[in-house]
Design a binder for this molecule. Structure first.
Ligand code: AMP
Ligand code: ZN
Length: 495
């Protein structure tokens, strides 16, 4: 392991030295997307953040099992309707068709951002048996009760028996209960804060399974408890998600795990912060929103030009995952310049001839110290902006050596080799960036990315979003990439 690793643990609200349950191994569970609509750029930020965490944990030598689920049942909208059925009814599609469409779209977007796939990607609908078993365990342990075919978690009893409820989300139990003492939400529950772990399906509810209590479907929080336990054990190392999931989703997940297994699910909880736009929460209703396709095509009143996926990713890496990030046109423009500078410096560095020098100079010492600091800062709660800042401290050194302002005799051959390796490893292995600059070859993925961009344009055309589809074509033309629509689909060529 390169350095001791510190993680900001949301459970204790402290930065803690990371100690895995089993030396050398890590189990990590991250809440995945609800596949009833297109993934938005905020979701992408969260998954990019966990991708960098996953990559870094691997890089420093851990063997890691990364589980990220697909929520394809049970996530209720504010109106109390299952998001999957709602999407399906509106579009007159089978729920599985909706789930499949948006799962494919999500995977495409994750590929566009060059994130690694998780090791296991379980679907909630594929784990109904495990969820039913967990409901039964919670009932057997006296922490859930049945009402008219639905099963509710008994939060009052749980809070009285164990001082756990409210700890993760930092809510005082009295506040929590007065907050939810909303009688109109009580219905058949003992208390408004109790939550459904199994719901009896109404006549017109499409997603339904047999269970000992009714024909129904599991509550949203249950899937993550059941699937993390199945693939990572009753207690595992890291649980992640966006911080909007802390309550009720993660708080209730903790309650369920205690209720079924009698223990806490994860030792470290990592919560990513939200992506905002122009200083405000992104919101579809007041137009303060931008889609990934709009970012890549430039077709939005919020931006002045198109930004490639790697620039958007670089922009995300310039903020710590735990801070809010405000997406602005100016911020993206700066990110574009920063990305170009880093990639160009790296391309030149990799071509530098070795020195065969074994000197020990101030320059040499400084370069080694900066490299060391970059790793220390990555190991300090995955601080990507600080690690990037260290790389940018090294860029003038690289340029100085190339321009002759700094003497090659002052750099030890092993330091130069190390510098090359560190730049390569940070850029490609840890940050997962691709070289999409004019001189770069995209690391062999340009073909794949072009296919995805063509897919995005095709989707825009299917949705009659002519603005986006034209903008994609025009932007590609500016890059001297021609699209040809033919009978066998769209092909591309570069002039
Ligand atoms: P969902 O599909 O709504 O369950 O969200 C998938 C993931 O994206 C969750 O971990 C959310 O916390 C996260 N997320 C949702 N909105 C944002 C946002 N604006 N910025 C960052 N992450 C978000
Ligand atoms: Zn979850």
């Amino acid at each position: 392991m390169k350095n001791e690793l510190y993680i900001q643990n949301s459970l204790t609200r402290q930065k803690e030295l990371f100690k895995p349950i089993t030396e050398g191994f890590i189990g990590m569970y991250v809440c995945g997307p609800t596949v009833y609509s297109d993934v938005h750029i905020g979701n992408c930020r969260t998954f990019v953040s966990f991708d960098v965490i996953y990559r870094y944990l691997k890089y420093i030598g851990y063997q890691i099992r990364y589980v990220r689920n697909i929520t394809d049942v049970g996530h209720l909208t504010d109106e109390g309707e299952d998001k999957m059925s709602k999407g399906a009814k509106l579009a007159k599609l089978e729920p599985m068709e909706v789930a499949q469409r948006y799962t494919v779209g999500f995977h495409d977007m994750m590929r566009i951002f060059n994130t690694l796939p998780p090791d296991i990607e379980p679907r909630a609908t594929g784990h109904i048996i495990e969820q039913i078993e967990m409901v039964q365990q919670i009932i057997d342990n006296g922490l859930a009760y049945e009402r008219n075919g639905s099963v509710y978690f008994d939060t009052i009893k749980f809070a009285k028996e164990q001082e756990v409820y409210g700890k993760l989300s930092g809510r005082k139990i009295d506040d929590l209960f007065s907050e939810t003492r909303d009688l109109k939400n009580q219905g058949e529950k003992n208390h408004p804060s109790d939550f459904a772990i199994w719901m009896k399906a109404s006549e017109d509810h499409i997603l339904r399974w047999n269970s000992p209590w009714s024909v129904g479907f599991p509550g949203w929080h249950l899937e993550c408890s059941a699937m993390s336990t199945k693939y990572l054990g009753k207690t595992f190392d890291i649980h992640g998600g966006g911080n909007d999931l802390k309550f009720p989703h993660h708080e209730n997940e903790v309650a369920q795990n205690h209720g079924a297994c009698g223990c806490h699910p994860a030792n470290y909880w990592i919560h990513t912060n939200m992506l905002e736009m122009n200083g405000r929460k992104m919101s579809k209703s007041d137009g303060n929103t931008i889609t990934p396709a709009q970012l890549f095509s430039g077709n939005s009143p919020h931006i002045t030009k198109a930004y490639s996926p790697m620039i958007v990713k670089f922009f995300m890496l310039q903020a710590h995952y735990g801070s809010t990030l405000d997406i602005t046109d100016k911020g993206l423009q700066d990110a574009e310049k920063g990305y170009q500078r880093l990639m160009e410096a790296n391309a030149l560095l990799q071509k530098m001839e070795n020195t065969n020098s074994d000197v020990t100079s101030d320059l040499d010492t400084e370069i080694n110290a900066t490299i060391e600091k970059a790793f220390q800062q990555m190991s300090d709660d995955f601080n990507t902006p600080m690690a990037l800042a260290r790389l940018f401290e090294l860029v003038p050194k690289i340029n100085g050596l190339l321009a002759g302002h700094l003497s090659m005799d002052e750099i030890n051959s092993s330091t130069l080799e190390k510098l090359k390796t560190v730049f390569h490893d940070f850029i490609y292995d840890i940050f997962g960036l691709l070289d999409m600059t004019a001189g770069g070859n995209g690391n062999g993925v340009a073909e794949g990315l072009m296919e995805l961009i063509i897919d995005l344009r095709q989707n825009a055309r299917t949705n009659k979003d002519w603005g986006t589809s034209d903008k994609i074509r025009d932007t590609l033309q500016e890059l001297k990439i021609q699209l040809k629509d033919g009978k066998e689909g769209t092909t591309w060529s570069k002039n």
